[in-house]
Design a protein around this ligand. Structure first.
Ligand code: BG6
Length: 460
């Protein structure tokens, strides 16, 4: 399979890489209020108001891997992979640090410089406008996306950055893994009051449609993707009750893409949600659907009728899943299912017939640094198997735009804030507390990926 337009690269996010959390005028985002797991990070999923108290010792995002200061060297190293695409996000509170809406010119300039550097190396930037980092001032004032005012702030911010970057960026994602608002509302949309999450989801969908409208007005070449944390739900058994329960979960997973690609809420949802939608909102959602579907894929999920089955649950990338006995599992409890990627892609493409872009896929495990070498064969195996399933899906008729591996350079984990759960092809010599030389060391997977891109001839 040869396709010179195929986008081949890696992804990170601002809040997990940049650090410099209060430098050059930036103010905190919700991500900066999250401590390490042993200081209570997991409790924050249930009671995020604790995060706002600010009495923890270590906030990993405050320094992250310091990409804000090292981006030039980091991009230079990554360019040696031969990649033609690099995904990161813009830190909203770096560009607009306060409620008064004043633009922080230094913050904006950082992104001009960053994407100019990408251009220099022939890497097309894929830019997420909001990746788990709603500005803290919007959470404190409006409970994040729960309020329409946050939507207004977002659209203004989006217009400012898309206008400023119009000669440098043409690929956009308004909101990272939009469906996460239903699973982890604080990370997903800065929402503390969990009963507000459906209201927030609706505002986020309006925000995404608004970005499509703005993007197409600002530059005809702009393409906007909606983004879903994907992974099909399998039925636990062939018992019709399990099959039905899994189907219900799949319908919920597709709720967001149904709106963003088909242009309206599915009937099952409007019948039971009681959500108030105005005529103008309905028209906006209908007229400004996304140009492509961006997906993160880490694992499939397994579901059963809870009244019938009582077994162990594991991590389904923040969504609930049962343990699938046919799959291997990582020490962090995430099940490994490369074939599930193909199944998910086929299912999704059959539903929407819209190009799909895999913008996150990777293995988060501990790595051992041994005489400046990291032999991460498990990661190579993981990525290789997923790429192989992706190419099979393509040969079975799915239109895939590209493949980006997550955390192409080690970043702090979103779920745990840890450094030791690493996804990168480049090792960053730093522990959970920020100790270490911060040196960047290519892993064995780095050299493997470089050859893989060349071999598959997806190069620029
Ligand atoms: C995705 C997120 O859900 O999963 C990333 O978009 C995140 O931000 C990635 O890092 C892996 O999850 P974690 O919790 O292992 O970092």
């Amino acid at each position: 399979m040869k396709n010179e337009n195929f986008l081949w690269g890696g992804a990170i996010s601002a809040c997990q890489s940049e650090g410099a959390y209060n430098k050059d005028g930036r103010t905190p985002s919700i991500f900066d209020t999250l401590p390490l797991p042993n200081e209570g990070r997991w409790a924050l999923y249930d009671n995020p108001s604790k995060a706002l108290c600010g009495d923890f010792d270590t906030y990993p995002s405050h320094h992250a891997i310091n990409f804000y200061d090292t981006y030039k060297e980091d991009l230079k190293l990554l360019s040696k992979l031969g990649i033609n695409c690099f995904r990161t996000s813009i830190s909203w509170s770096r560009v607009i640090p306060s409620l008064d809406g004043q633009v922080n010119e230094k913050g904006l300039q950082f992104y001009v410089d960053l994407f100019t550097e990408c251009k220099k190396y022939g890497m097309k930037p894929l830019v997420t406008l909001s990746h788990f980092d709603t500005p803290l001032y919007l959470t404190e004032t409006y409970d994040g996306w729960s309020h329409k005012e946050t939507l207004n702030h977002f659209l203004r911010y989006a217009e400012i950055v898309m206008t400023e970057l119009k000669d440098l960026v043409t690929l956009w994602i308004p909101i990272n893994e939009i469906n996460m608002i239903l699973h982890i509302p604080y990370l997903g949309g800065g929402v503390v009051e969990s009963s507000n999450k459906m209201k927030a989801a609706h505002n986020m969908l309006l925000g995404s449609a608004g970005v499509v409208k703005l993007a197409h007005e600002i530059n005809h070449d702009n393409k906007v993707g909606c983004m879903l944390a994907a992974g099909l739900y399998y039925p636990y058994t062939s018992h019709p009750q399990d099959v039905y329960c899994a189907q219900k979960e799949n319908r919920k997973m597709y709720l967001f893409t149904d709106v963003q690609i088909r242009g309206s809420y599915p009937k099952w949802f409007t019948m039971q949600s009681g959500l108030q939608i105005t005529e103008n909102e309905r028209n906006l959602l209908r007229d400004y659907t996304a140009d492509f579907i961006a997906v993160s894929y880490y694992t499939s999920r397994l579901f059963a009728d809870e009244n019938r089955v009582d077994i162990e649950g594991v991590d389904g990338n923040s969504a609930k899943t049962l343990r699938n006995k046919y799959l291997d599992i990582t020490p962090w409890g995430r099940q490994i299912d490369p074939l599930g990627l193909k199944t998910t892609l086929i299912d999704m493409y059959d539903r929407y017939q819209t190009p799909i872009f895999i913008v996150e896929n990777g293995l988060g495990v501990e790595d051992t640094l041994d005489h400046d070498c990291i032999n991460d064969d498990d990661r190579i195996d993981f990525i290789q198997q997923h790429i192989s399933q992706m190419t099979q899906a393509i040969s079975e008729g799915v239109d895939v735009m590209g493949y980006l591996t997550w955390g192409i350079i080690d970043v702090i984990s979103a779920g745990g804030g840890e450094m030791k759960k690493r996804y990168g092809l480049v090792y960053v010599d730093q522990d959970d507390y920020g100790n270490g030389s911060k040196r960047r060391i290519p892993k064995k997977s780095f050299y493997w990926y470089q050859k893989e891109i060349e071999r598959r001839n997806f190069t620029k």
